[in-house]
Design a protein around this ligand. Structure first.
Ligand code: PBE
Length: 267
C-alpha cells in the first residue's frame, strides 16, 4: 500500500456531495469495508464537490471525491477511479425512468415518450459539458434536442401531441440529472405539455413519485446506488426500465495522484 501520506495531505477527508445521495451511503460502506474509520466523508453538494476538485487540480493538490459517470469532469480533467476490490460501490448501474402509478391512463402520450426515452453516456455528457460551460440548462437542452432530431424522433415515435396538459418531473441537482431532466422536459414541452421541473433532495424525489405527487423522474440509479430507495418505494411506483446503461459510481482522484486503489488509503 501507499506511503504517500495522502491521508494527512487531504486531512483524512473524502469530499462528498449531498447527504441523501446514494453514493454517500456507498462511501460509508467503503469506509467500513476498508477499515477507514479515521476518515471523514464530508457532505456538501455536487457543485461544491466539482468546485473543490477544480481548485485542487489548479494547484496540483491531492483530493479524493465521490465521483460518477456520466459526468463532464472526465472531459474536463484527467481523473481516475480508485479500484474497489471489496465491491463497496457494486458493479455499476443503469439509470431508470420511474413514473407514478396511473400515469399511463392519465397522460398516455407522456407515458409512451418516457418509456421510449433512451440514450447513451456520451449523449448525456455532450449536454453536461454545455451546461458546465455556462449555458442555462433549459437553453442547452433545447439546443441539444434541435441538434439530435433523429434520436428524439425515435423517442417520440407514435406519441400524440397534446394541448397544454400539466406534467411535473422531479430531480436532484446532480449534474447528470440536471442534464437528463431538462432534455426530457424540453421534449415534453415540444409535445405540447405544460412542464414543471421540481428540484428536491433524493429521498423526497422518490417519495414524490411513489406518492403520486409528481408524475415521474429519470434519475433512478438501479440496482446499486439507489438500492435503499428501490427497497423503500419500489412497490409504489412504476419502473419503466433503463434510459441509460453503464453508469458508474466510486471514489475519483486526479491522475497525478500516486494511488490506485481504495485499499491504498491508510487508516
Ligand atoms: N449520483 C448521480 C446520484 C445518482 C445520480 C451518483 C450522484 C447518487 O449518488 O444518488
Amino acid at each position: 500500500s501507499s506511503s504517500g501520506g495522502f491521508g494527512e495531505e487531504v486531512d483524512y477527508t473524502i469530499t462528498g456531495i449531498d447527504a441523501g445521495a446514494g453514493i454517500m451511503s456507498q462511501t460509508d460502506q467503503a469506509i467500513e469495508d476498508y477499515n477507514l474509520s479515521n476518515w471523514n466523508l464530508q457532505a456538501s453538494s455536487g457543485a461544491a464537490m466539482t468546485s473543490a476538485l477544480g481548485d485542487a487540480i489548479a494547484n496540483e493538490e491531492p483530493i479524493i471525491v465521490t465521483g460518477w459517470t456520466p459526468h463532464w469532469k472526465f472531459a474536463e480533467y484527467d481523473l481516475k477511479y480508485l479500484e474497489d476490490p471489496e465491491g463497496s460501490y457494486g458493479d455499476g448501474d443503469d439509470i431508470h425512468t420511474v413514473v407514478r402509478q396511473g400515469l399511463e391512463e392519465d397522460l398516455p402520450g407522456a407515458y409512451q415518450f418516457l418509456d421510449q426515452f433512451q440514450w447513451e453516456a456520451s449523449n448525456m455528457e455532450e449536454i453536461m459539458v454545455e451546461i458546465q460551460d455556462g449555458t442555462e440548462p433549459a437553453e442547452a437542452a433545447a439546443a441539444w434536442v434541435d441538434e439530435n432530431e433523429d434520436m428524439v424522433s425515435e423517442w417520440t415515435d407514435g406519441v400524440e401531441e397534446v394541448d397544454g396538459e400539466a406534467i411535473e418531473l422531479v430531480y436532484v441537482a446532480w449534474d447528470s440529472e440536471i442534464a437528463s431532466t431538462n432534455v426530457v422536459g424540453e421534449v415534453l414541452t415540444d409535445l405540447g405539455y405544460d412542464v414543471t421541473l421540481t428540484q428536491l433532495e433524493a429521498g423526497p424525489m422518490f417519495a414524490a413519485v411513489a406518492d403520486g405527487e409528481a408524475d415521474g423522474m429519470v434519475s433512478g440509479w438501479f440496482p446499486n446506488t439507489h438500492a435503499s430507495q428501490m427497497e423503500e418505494y419500489g412497490d409504489s411506483y412504476e419502473d419503466l426500465g433503463p434510459n441509460l446503461e453503464g453508469a458508474i459510481t466510486g471514489l475519483v482522484v486526479p491522475e497525478y495522484m500516486d494511488i490506485e486503489s481504495i485499499e491504498d488509503l491508510e487508516s
